[in-house]
Design a protein around this ligand. Sequence first.
Ligand code: PGA
Length: 250
Amino acid sequence: MKNKIIAGNWKMNKNRVEAEQLITQLIPLVKDTSNTVVICVPYTDLCKAVKLTKGTNIHVGAQNCHWKESGAYTGEIAPSMLTELGVEYVVIGHSERRTYFGETDETVLARTKAALQAGLKPIVCIGETLEERNGGNMEKVLSRQVTEGFKDISADELKNIVVAYEPVWAIGTGVTATDEQANDAIAYVRGVFAAKYGKEAADALYIQYGGSMNDKNAAGLLAMSQIDGGLIGGASLVAEKFAAVVNAHK
Ligand code: PGA
């Protein structure tokens, strides 16, 4: 049986003082879980987060990284700049990046490759919009995101990747996919990976659900056969709520 990977995506929230408060509150609340706990914090909180979580079961992630090691890329952060701080995970291709900052399957792949090269574990996000789902195109979109976004990812590299299935219509809206909707979509995604990498590799792959997951609905979602964890936005900003998600599945 796999454990679950529960990752908080703080997005553009929490300054250093607020981050310290949240992490300090969180540490004792999640210390007994057998699930993997990750917090993906703003760049400016990374140093503090790594320092505060040292010796605890909380892993630290960033929310993006560039595909180049250095150079004239104003405003970007190189993967090795993250590993040098002790950061272990990085969110790649979140729908907010795709929608507001022009990320494409191609840039997602480039960032993922570079992150892996540096020894980071990418949490690669995919998911359909409401329009795509209602238009009957959910499978087509997910299939394209996996096929294009993982184009030259090897089977060995896949072992270090976490996939987050996040239906765009459920992110930050308070509308969660039902347990079955989330499970079915993830089963479909796993099938696409299985076609390329084989069943064993696809079964071993961690695929999280994300989109308004919280302390109330986590137990149901995490009990589903295909759901290997969660990527949690809003509810990760309150220690008790995030801890309840972490502890919702034993
Ligand atoms: P949400 O965000 O939990 O606030 O819906 C999830 C995400 O965007 O990763």
